[in-house]
Design a protein around this ligand. Structure first.
Ligand code: EPZ
Length: 417
């Protein structure tokens, strides 16, 4: 758990970690290279450890070299992911496309739901079936074959799913002929995955637009790759500064990747200067409520930033409405924020935050990765002590979360329980 005693402005500068949601699909894609790949400046996250465990299980050599993670998949010898490994990290389904591309077959179990509600993978499976993969679902087990017979095809995603787009790109890398993925997700992490795939010899283009085109290849090789900065981690630390009347400089992220978040914080009264050198934010003592925030696929307002921006507005003058359109239950942090004195009204996908004068300390529990970070954003706004428990959720996606906040002047301690 972590204990926080807030009430002071956060000040200073930080360089944000590499993007978790880039590193995870890139680690899966190393399986396709069949060679040694170096992921430079790889963040030390629980989800990276979970991916490394899967890669080692598959027979790859995975080892840290300072801040770089080396993955040599030339020694890959298996194509199955055990159930316990699938459960440890929901996004392990991203290995499906990579394994079937490399081995022609794959066996893994349903990743199951997570804290955000059911996490269906119907779009992933229909994309791979469109390429010709044969996928038998026996209970919770997915048995995928005929990967070697996959042919390029037109895949139309009924919604721009990030994971389904990535799985389709990975499977299409070795499907003979041309694959066109329409209504593809446009997240920057997908562009980053395309950058990595082109480095190992795949022929992929169009990422970042709604149409991604892949020409099947058979021969791949290793590469060195440094992923983009984590736009959600950046949004989190900016929210911490905004929430405490602070002043920060966040480096190592492309400001264009979180312009909907910086726009919201600007509307709330923060001074923001974005440029090649990073994002500078200076917050007023009290924020203003802003017009409704509706989460949407990129380049819309990111669902992953909803909780932390909500938490930054808990003491704002006026109220702000949030509409969560991406996940069924992504308001589980609200009950915890209410325990700290917040005034939030929930009605289905809509949450209305009414600013309060003061928040109070207390004991709260992380419900999911970003909801957990939001509890810290709230705790930083009161001088009373807050205990935040089950921080393993936060450790899944934030590298040295409490150390980073301490570096900005926060009074925060991590205590093993
Ligand atoms: C990715 O999850 C991210 N995870 C999530 O970040 C992020 O919240 C999400 O994209 C949306 O931006 C990683 O990249 C590892 P989706 P993903 O498929 O790929 C439905 C975090 O906090 N859907 O775009 O699972 C789905 O239920 C995590 O870092 C289907 O119905 O998201 C959801 O409602 C949390 N069928 C919506 O689409 C499918 O086959 C968007 O999901 C797939 C998805």
């Amino acid at each position: 758990m972590i204990t926080v005693r807030g009430g002071k402005p956060l000040r200073g500068e930080l360089t944000v970690q590499s993007a978790k949601n880039s590193v995870l699909p890139v680690l899966a894609a190393t399986v396709i290279s069949g060679d040694a790949c170096v992921i430079e400046h790889c963040p030390r996250l629980e989800d990276v450890d979970a991916s490394a465990a899967i890669l080692r299980h598959l027979g790859c050599d995975v080892r840290w070299q300072g801040d770089d993670l080396l993955v040599d998949s030339s020694t890959m010898s298996r194509w199955d992911i055990p159930d316990d490994m699938m459960r440890r990290m929901r996004s392990s389904v991203i290995f499906l496309g990579a394994i079937i591309s490399r081995c022609g077959q794959a066996r893994l179990s349903y990743p199951g739901g997570c804290e955000l509600g059911p996490r269906p993978i119907d779009l992933h499976l229909s994309a791979l079936r469109t390429l010709g993969a044969q996928i038998d679902e026996q209970g919770a087990c997915l048995d995928c074959r005929q990967g070697a017979a996959m042919r390029g095809a037109e895949i139309v995603l009924s919604l721009p799913s990030v994971g389904a787009t990535e799985n389709a790109m990975l499977a299409a890398c070795t499907a003979r002929g041309t694959t066109v993925i329409s209504n593809a997700a446009r997240e920057p992490e997908i562009v980053d995955l395309q950058r990595f795939l082109r480095k190992i010899g795949a022929e992929v283009r169009g990422a970042g637009s709604s149409t991604v085109i892949v020409e099947g290849r058979r021969k791949f090789h290793g590469c060195r790759h440094r992923c983009i900065g984590d736009r959600i981690a950046a949004a989190t630390y900016l929210s911490c500064a905004a929430a405490t009347g602070g002043e920060v400089m966040v480096r190592g992220v492309d400001y264009r990747h979180l312009s909907t978040v910086t726009m919201a914080l600007q509307q709330a009264g923060c001074q923001i200067h974005s440029g090649e050198q990073g994002i500078y934010l200076r917050a007023p003592a009290v924020l203003q409520g802003i017009c409704p925030i509706r989460t949407a696929p990129y380049p819309g307002f990111p669902t992953d930033a909803q909780a932390v921006v909500m938490a930054s507005l808990l003491r704002a003058k006026g109220s702000t409405m949030f509409v969560e359109n991406m996940f069924q239950s992504r308001y589980r942090h609200v009950a915890q924020l209410l325990r700290l004195g917040a005034d939030i009204r929930l009605e289905g996908r809509v949450a209305v935050v009414c600013g309060v004068e003061k928040l109070r300390g207390g004991t709260v529990y992380c419900t999911d990765l970003r909801g957990g970070a939001a509890l810290a954003v709230a705790a930083l706004q009161t001088e009373e002590e807050t205990q935040i428990r089950q921080i393993r959720h936060i450790q899944r996606g934030y590298e040295d979360f409490s150390g980073t906040l301490r570096h900005l002047g926060a009074q925060i301690q991590e205590i093993g329980v």
